[in-house]
Design a protein around this ligand. Sequence first.
Ligand code: NAP
Length: 456
Amino acid sequence: MSTAVKENQEVQHYVNGVYEQVKKSNAHETEFLQAVKEVLDSLVPVLAKNPQYIKHAILERMVEPERTISFRVPWVDDQGNVKVNRGYRVQFNSAIGPYKGGLRFHPSVNQSIIKFLGFEQIFKNSLTGQPIGGGKGGSDFDPKGKSDFEIMRFTQSFMSELSKYIGPDTDVPAGDIGVGAREIGYMFGQYKKMRGAYEAGVLTGKGVGYGGSLARKEATGYGTVYFVNEMLKSKGLSFKDSTVVVSGSGNVSIYAMEKAMELGAKILACSDSSGYVYDRNGIDLNTVKRLKEVEGKRISEYVKEHPGSVFYEGFGGIWKIPCDIALPCATQNEIDEEAAKLLVANGVKAIGEGANMPSTLEAVDVFLENNVLFGPAKAANAGGVAVSALEMAQNSARLSWTFDEVDGKLKEIMTNIYNDSLKAAEEYGVPGNLVVGANIAGFVKVADAMITQGVI
Ligand code: NAP
């Protein structure tokens, strides 16, 4: 047995031990454990080459959030009933900058989901090349069916507590599922009132009229397509004349569809949590935007206006549709092993994860084993947080860049993330594996900063 193989085995044994400990202390947090497992396993080659990361217990420290806050959010509905939800903010890692990550309002939110998202955010934010640490937050509040006033009262109550822990140099939240421009607006107003100061840089995803950045709304979806475009180019392929299936019909999905169409693709289907629409003539994005961004309706309404299209109930069936490129842009674990096998059997060439952790660990293995181009979430959807950091930069400098300036920077950042991930994969002996490459490229910068700053 060569020395290198022996070293790798010893390191794998150490990593397994760290993971067992994480399992023991977070036994019921399945999503968090899934995210940790993927990252830890991919770090074996980098630990074997750099034993200082083991000596300084970097893994043991990284898997433990610096701070986990959970709090009561009482609010009053339109009928005068008092309701209570739970709020969270996980401040995971501040080695390279203030905590940064979105807020999610969805009934499925729990500590495990917020921790998995916060953990992923550490590496994603590092990959952007900007000085931002990792965090995430949210609530099990369900915004569906709530009036504007109910949303306002809930978000004000949520911010009354959260405001104690955030600030432009401390922790800078943004949107995520269920939190868009409206919610950010109400939260910013409440924060301003509580602080008695106009601290524009405390939240990102703000309206452009009061400190928001042009192209922030488009950034995650556009960025995902820019990233996939780089993967396609490496094989002499492109979006032009390709067929694309996109799950979800929210912020990330809509702008991923827009950019893919601009590059010449035909979008065959999109979805929401009730089901999916298939339109063989190509999805009409204006209809989707109106239904979702303006009227707040279900995606099933689409077929009333487009007679050639069909609505299918159930969320997962969308992956049965044969396509060249699949962009999961809705939520975690939406592509399981079976769906991945179907996509491969139907000839999919590339996957770009617009959502966070939309593929299970087994599904990722299926894609990699079958040489499907695979853009992992940490890298592929980093465009949103990257432009959030550009929003912070504009707020600090008290100026605003044009749409094209921001979009140009976004494209450059996505290309850099692709190249850095590819380079790290090559350097550590897994050429072309962007899952391992992105994890390593994101990890090294944070780990080195942690060592430099001592045991804190
Ligand atoms: P969004 O605007 O709220 O849209 C979410 C979409 O996914 C909706 O179509 C929603 O359908 C569907 N969906 C949500 N939860 C679902 C579930 N449990 N089952 C089935 N469908 C579900 O949210 P978003 O900002 O686009 O975020 C989508 C994904 O991208 C998330 O994984 C998020 O973490 C990730 N992401 C977002 C950003 C960003 O800048 N916004 C950045 C990086 C990553 P319904 O309307 O029926 O609920």
